[in-house]
Design a protein around this ligand. Structure first.
Ligand code: AMP
Ligand code: MG
Length: 310
C-alpha cells in the first residue's frame, strides 16, 4: 500500500507537468495526460502514433466533476447509477464553457467519458484537479495492453512512468454508448449490451455498420497482433498457433487456451495477453476456434474479426 502511494504521488507529479504516464484500469491500461492541456493531449497522439481524427476518452472520478464539462440526461443517470465506475463509456454533448482540450476532442462538440473502477487509478484521480484523457496504452491499431509489461513492450523508455496495477480484470475495452438521443452502441466492449438494455428498458441501436464510421474504434483494422489470424478454425495448418476457448485434454506447445472451462469472462481477460504471447513466441500466423457469439463472446469476436483484417 505504501508502495502504491509513492507511485501515485510520482504519477501525480508527472501529470501536473503536462506529461504522460500509463495508468491501470479494469478494462485495459490507458496512456494518460491532463485532458485540459493541449500539450499533454498532443503528446498522447504522438506517442501512440494515433490519427488526429480519433478523439480520446476522458476519465473522471465521478459524475459531479463531469457536470462541469458535459450535459447529462436521465438515461445517463440510470446507467451511471447501475454500472459506474465500470467498463462503459458515454458519448455526451460538451458544454460551451468546458475546458477540455480541443486536441482531445478533435474539435467535436461531443465528448466520450468514462469512470474507471481500478482503485489505484481512482486514488490518482482524487488527487488531480483535472480529468485524464486516456486512450488505450498501445501503438495505434495494435493489440491493447492489459499489464504494465505490455505497455513497456510497446513504448519502452518513451513513457516516463507506468503506474503498476496488476493485470486488468476485464481485459477488453469499454462498451461505448452514444446516450444523447436514442441510445446507440458505437463499440462493443466489457459491459454486455443485454445488461444495458435491462436498465434502459428501451430499444438500443447497435451501430456496427462499417460503412458509416462514427467512432474510429469501429475501424476495421484494429487490435492487430501484426500477424494473420484465421477464425472459426477446426483444422489448423502446419506451424500455426491455435487459440482455443477452453482447455483440452491434449495439449501441444502451439495450443493456447483462453479459459479452463469456456467461461467467457475468463477468456476475455486472457485474449490480448494470448495474442501478444503468440507474437512474442515468433509464430507467423494464428488460427482461432469458434467462439460462442453471446455475451462477452460478441466482443471477443468483434475484436478478433478486426484483428484478422491484417
Ligand atoms: P481507445 O481509448 O483507444 O480504445 O479509443 C477510444 C474510442 O473512443 C475510439 O474508438 C474513439 O473513436 C471513441 N471516441 C472518443 N471520443 C468520441 C466521440 N466524441 N464520439 C464518438 N466516439 C468517440
Ligand atoms: Mg485503443
Amino acid at each position: 500500500m505504501k508502495n502504491n502511494l509513492s507511485n501515485i504521488k510520482k504519477a501525480e507529479k508527472i501529470l501536473n507537468m503536462s506529461d504522460c504516464i500509463a495508468i491501470p484500469t479494469e478494462t485495459v491500461y490507458g496512456l494518460a495526460g491532463n485532458a485540459y492541456s493541449d500539450r499533454a493531449c498532443k503528446k498522447i497522439y504522438k506517442l501512440k502514433k494515433r490519427p488526429k481524427n480519433n478523439p480520446l476518452i476522458i476519465h473522471y472520478l465521478d459524475s459531479q466533476i463531469l457536470k462541469k464539462d458535459c450535459i447529462i440526461n436521465n438515461d445517463f443517470i440510470k446507467l451511471y447509477k447501475k454500472f459506474c465506475p465500470g467498463p462503459i463509456t458515454f458519448v455526451l454533448d460538451l458544454k460551451k464553457n468546458s475546458k477540455i482540450s480541443k486536441i482531445a476532442t478533435n474539435n467535436k462538440k461531443t465528448l466520450a467519458v468514462r469512470f474507471p473502477k481500478h482503485p489505484i487509478t481512482r486514488s490518482l484521480l482524487k488527487r488531480l484537479n483535472f480529468p485524464l484523457a486516456a486512450p488505450s496504452a498501445n501503438l495505434s491499431s495494435k493489440v491493447s495492453a492489459v499489464s504494465s509489461d505490455h505497455v513497456k513492450e510497446d513504448f519502452g523508455k518513451k513513457i516516463r512512468f507506468v503506474l503498476e496495477g496488476g493485470k486488468s480484470s476485464i481485459g477488453l475495452e469499454s462498451t461505448i454508448i452514444d446516450i444523447r438521443n436514442k441510445p446507440k452502441i458505437l463499440r462493443l466492449g466489457g459491459l454486455e449490451i443485454s445488461s444495458i438494455q435491462r436498465v434502459l428498458n428501451k430499444k438500443i441501436i447497435i451501430n456496427n455498420n462499417p460503412l458509416k464510421i462514427f467512432s474510429p474504434g469501429q475501424f476495421k483494422l484494429h487490435y492487430s497482433p501484426g500477424i494473420p489470424i484465421r477464425l472459426n478454425v477446426k483444422k489448423i495448418k502446419k506451424d500455426e498457433a491455435y487459440i482455443l476457448i477452453k482447455k483440452m485434454k491434449i495439449s501441444k506447445p502451439n495450443y493456447y487456451f483462453l479459459s479452463q472451462n469456456g467461461n467467457l469472462r475468463e477468456a476475455a481477460k486472457n485474449l490480448y495477453s494470448t495474442l501478444r504471447k503468440i507474437k512474442k513466441n515468433n509464430y507467423k500466423s494464428i488460427a482461432v476456434c469458434k467462439i460462442p457469439n453471446k455475451g462477452l463472446g460478441k466482443t471477443i469476436n468483434d475484436r478478433l474479426i478486426r484483428a484478422s483484417k491484417f
